[in-house]
Design a protein around this ligand. Sequence first.
Ligand code: MLT
Length: 411
Amino acid sequence: MAKLNENYLKLPGSYLFSEIARRVNEFKSQHPNVDMIRLGIGDVTRPLAPAVVEAMKNAVDEMGKPESFRGYGPEQGYDFLIERIIANDYRPRGIELGKDEVFVSDGAKSDTANFQEIFGLDNVMAVTDPVYPVYVDSNVMAGRTGMYDTEKGQYGKIVYLPCTEENGMKPALPTTPVDMIYLCFPNNPTGMTLTKEELRLWVDYARENNAIILFDSAYEAFIREEEVPRSIYEVEGARQVAVEFRSFSKTAGFTGTRCAYTVVPKDVLVYDSQGQGHSLNKLWLRRQTTKFNGVSYPVQAAAAAVYSEEGKKQIRATIDYYMENARIIREGLKEAGFKVFGGVNAPYIWMKTPHNMGSWEFFDKLMAEAHVVGTPGAGFGANGEGYFRLTAFGTRENTEKAIERIKTRMK
Ligand code: MLT
């Protein structure tokens, strides 16, 4: 008899964005003529940059010729891409990385979900609340979280770090010991950031407690304010305790193309039951070489073009476009009387629902009355209840239309 990994039974019915899609499809089937505007899942709408498309086409042509065909690539990624990542994303900010400290992959979602495999099941993990659900659900599947308390909307063994209006959406250090800490800044879903000094508190905590920070910086390209740190490695000592996840999905429109990378410095150690330290970098390499065969050559060539002079210009224009959407949403919602957070250094706007309405109730009302889809805050954790997320990744036309509809129909 095939036996189940019963940890899967601890998961709520469906993944957040699948549940949203289900509700939207159901509504659409009953109201087929409705012009629905989707500002729910953070999926991009601008096409790939011309420099990226050209690089991908050239790479595909190379694959079709015997003299330039390539089979399996290096599992960690091609040097031509890794060198550009280091030279553009890190060196200008005073961060030196070895080529073997960068691992190219098919997405930050899969990397953040897979990375926990390296850690023992007795580690205590901490997440902000609200949080990107992948960190939690992947640990549930592994069996690290205990049971789900439906009353609280939380798992018994996870340490939740509330991000609330009272603390300015900035998590406080845990008051009980934790071993694995997931941080995402600029934050999904709140769109808020930490200063370098605030980030330093986390690095110091991790150093003092031999904890590891899993730092998701998938949205760093949207940072507008110069003083906001773009990488955790801008903080002294982070090389010893932090892994950083980055993605081309939002930065360069790769949600359907798939390319990302994870930085695992060689200095980060993880400890066995005898207290002996082991290199996390070596273990992640071992994991990836076993379970992953790398990102396709045309996609890596396309990602490398993100760093060409033309590519950089084109990508900056796209990011500016989305950040103008963010401004339109933020200011439009404020004018309509809503309380809003984020959207300044991130493509997400986090709003308080009106009249203390539940997040899912607001979701249904917004869909039914304004024909706008967003993401209910409760889907990101108990502290997300009473909040709602809109993304700036829509088209300009839809973004303006959505705000107009919210202003006129959601009083
Ligand atoms: C989101 O909407 O939170 C993101 O699109 C999810 C993701 O990047 O996987």
